[in-house]
Ligand binder design. Structure first.
Ligand SMILES: Cc1cc2nc3c(=O)[nH]c(=O)nc-3n(C[C@H](O)[C@H](O)[C@H](O)COP(=O)(O)O)c2cc1C
Length: 241
């Protein structure tokens, strides 16, 4: 499919044909496209774990039962922000490694990781397959990191379940461009734009959603953020304790 068509037709698929075996060739095409993503200073500050071990995938689902496709998809990838490689470089040159003194290195690595992740999503869809990004692996970030043997300076950002969809999904409407696209300067918009999107999403009636779109975020960000991530970032040397 043409790139624009693939991106404009994007939707997440969460049910996969368990009989379908992703070929090594398809997997390598996805990984290659993923690694060709742009990155800050060409730093490529991410790694991709191809999880082949069924036991690991089973444990991921035990921790996160809402995402059973982590086991039932054809392949499960985990995208990690990786500041370990640059730490090796610092060690090699015997210079200080000061990434824990500010937030920017983390933003850099997470951005590189997200771009590689999205390239994998697009490549998957270009091959006529489907995927789910699984950010909720960070719910149990310490356990996931142990399971994957991640060293210090490496942060699991998201999983990606890939497979052959066996349940059709509708393309999800997006916010009105007025709320998202700004020309030259950021321009505030009326709250009615959000209410309109609430109506649109109510009509869309996704089975997984139990709340209004806006209420979902009011509730979510009214709760304490996942403190396990803060703790993890300290233990794994992204931040000073
Ligand atoms: C960073 C990130 C994390 C996500 N985490 C999950 C997840 O843990 N479980 C899930 O089912 N979907 C997850 N999704 C998929 C989103 O729910 C989905 O992209 C969104 O609802 C828009 O729907 P669409 O992709 O079908 O257009 C995630 C997506 C992103 C970008």
């Amino acid at each position: 499919m043409e790139a624009l068509e693939v991106m404009n037709q994007h939707r997440t698929y969460r049910n996969f044909d368990e009989e379908y075996q992703l070929s090594e060739e398809e997997l390598q095409k996805i990984l290659r496209a993923s690694r060709q993503a742009p990155s800050w200073m060409n730093g490529q500050m991410y790694s991709i774990i191809v999880v082949r071990d069924r036991g690991i995938r089973e444990k991921m689902v035990e921790m996160n039962p809402g995402n059973p496709h982590m086991l039932h998809s054809s392949v499960f990838l985990v995208f990690v922000a990786d500041l370990k490689r640059t730490q090796k470089v610092a060690e090699h040159y015997d210079v200080d490694y000061r990434i824990n003194e500010g937030l920017d290195p983390l933003i850099t690595a997470v951005t590189d990781t997200a771009l590689a992740l999205e390239n994998a999503v697009i490549a998957t869809e270009a091959l006529g397959l489907g995927s789910v990004v699984v950010g909720s692996i960070r719910k149990d970030i310490v356990e996931v990191s142990k399971l994957l043997n991640l060293p210090d300076y490496v942060l699991p950002v998201a999983g990606l379940s890939i497979g052959k969809p066996n349940v059709e999904m509708k393309r999800k409407p997006r916010l009105h461009e007025e709320a998202v696209i700004h020309y030259d300067r950021y321009k505030d918009y009326d709250y009615s734009v959000i209410e309109d999107y609430d109506d649109t999403m109510e009509r869309f009636a996704e089975a997984r959603e139990t709340k209004l779109w806006s209420k979902k975020f009011a509730d979510y960000f009214g709760n304490t953020p996942n403190k396990k991530v803060d703790e993890f970032l300290k233990i794994n040397k992204f931040f000073q304790s």
